[in-house]
Design a protein around this ligand. Structure first.
Ligand code: DCP
Ligand code: MG
Ligand code: MN
Length: 361
């Protein structure tokens, strides 16, 4: 390789050299030495040109006569569009594909995925190898996510979600009789054929039961029962989600659990939430989603001067605790007993009711 660019090759050649260099690196990484060598040769040739490649006519110069057909096409493309789509595609595909794959490990968000990418991880297999070599530290959720990656990457057929719901209903009934209501939420309630996980909302059926047991106690009892049955196999801390204890509330009114259950030989993700009866319509609406639907409904509420959450709805007064920290929406609450069903919430906001399967966006 000529170490220094020749005096005549200007910026345009420099950009071309960089693009062909990326192709060379890409094929080098793939172990495709034939293409690697071909692009390396093109890059050095461009680097040493005594003239600027400025038009298609320049490709007829003697120095460029020996270029292959594909390379010539890429040069024409560059002259016409200012870039080479193949290289743009590589950048997008390769890093987005890797970041997506890494985020497919439960407990890995974009920040972690980027950090691991920076350490050379491009795939789940890379993570396994880096970890074995001592180059990565995984938290407890990520370790479970990695161990069960193949199972948890599969979507769950609707039928199987129904069988998991029955399992939890049976445990609820065994422990609390009919006093505990169990509702499947999430993508299952929206009618999807397959689900990423199982989302279950638990709630006391009768108001007079409230206060006898806290939501945490109810949740602990159900989780203990299902764990004893060896149905629940792993508990997750669920740091991927907003921590309900960190919302600035003196005592959390609800409780949630993230875990893994086993159906046959397959591990499945399961989320349980317990809310008091007065919050039921709000929790049901929120836990049904979809996520984008929730965001747009909450934004709509905010524009009307209200703050909508999975606990209830209140007048929005936009303030920060002691002028710092996260924004709190702590206006006067709208009496929760006015809301018996999800439809009451739509009505309150002047929205027409949408069935769960109409809430994809
Ligand atoms: N949810 C939300 N905001 C979040 C996470 C969840 O509003 N950050 C709500 C909307 C979701 C519901 O909780 O629909 C369930 O969350 P899931 O992550 O289980 O998503 P889905 O059940 O909708 O889809 P999937 O089939 O992938 O589980
Ligand atoms: Mg779900
Ligand atoms: Mn879920």
């Amino acid at each position: 390789d000529p170490a220094t660019p020749s005096a005549a090759s200007g910026q345009r050649n420099g950009a071309l050299v960089a693009l062909f260099g990326q192709l060379q690196k890409h094929y080098e990484a793939l172990g495709d030495s034939w293409r690697e060598r071909s692009y390396r040769t093109t890059a050095s040739l461009l680097r040493s040109l005594p003239f600027e490649v400025a038009s298609v006519a320049d490709l007829q110069q003697p120095q460029l006569r020996r270029l292959g057909k594909k390379t010539r096409e890429k040069l024409v493309e560059f002259l016409e569009t200012g870039t080479i789509g193949r290289v743009e595609g590589l950048q997008e595909d390769e890093s987005t594909k890797a970041l997506n794959e890494l985020q497919g490990i439960w407990g890995v968000g974009l920040t972690t995925a980027r950090r691991w990418y920076g350490l050379g991880c491009r795939s789940v297999e890379d993570v396994r190898e880096h970890m074995a070599a001592g180059g990565l530290k995984l938290n407890s959720d990520q370790l479970i996510g990695l161990e069960l990656y193949d199972d948890l990457a599969q979507r769950i057929p609707r039928q199987e979600v129904a069988s998991i719901v029955e399992r939890v209903e049976a445990a609820a009934q065994q422990r609390f009789g009919l006093r505990l209501r169990v509702e499947a939420c999430g993508s299952y309630r929206r009618g999807r054929d397959t689900c990423g996980d199982v989302d279950l909302l638990l709630c006391c059926r009768w108001a007079e039961d409230e206060g006898r047991l806290s939501c945490q106690e109810i949740l602990q009892a159900i989780v203990a029962e299902l764990t004893a049955q060896k149905f629940l196999t792993h508990d997750l801390k669920g740091s991927r989600y907003e921590d309900p204890f960190a919302r600035g509330e003196a005592s959390p009114r609800s409780a949630c659990y993230f875990g893994v259950c086993k159906v046959g030989q397959c591990h499945r993700r399961i989320d349980l939430k317990v809310h008091p009866l007065v919050e039921f319509p709000f929790a049901w609406l929120s836990f049904t989603g979809s996520g984008p639907f929730n965001r747009s409904m909450r934004l709509f509420a905010r524009r009307c001067g209200f703050s909508l959450s999975d606990h209830g709805i209140c007048e929005a007064t936009h303030a920060r605790a002691r002028g710092r920290g996260p924004r709190l929406w702590t206006g006067p609450p709208i009496a929760q007993h006015r809301f018996q069903t999800e439809k009451d919430i739509f009505d309150f906001l002047g929205l027409s009711y949408r069935e769960p399967w109409q809430r994809e966006v």
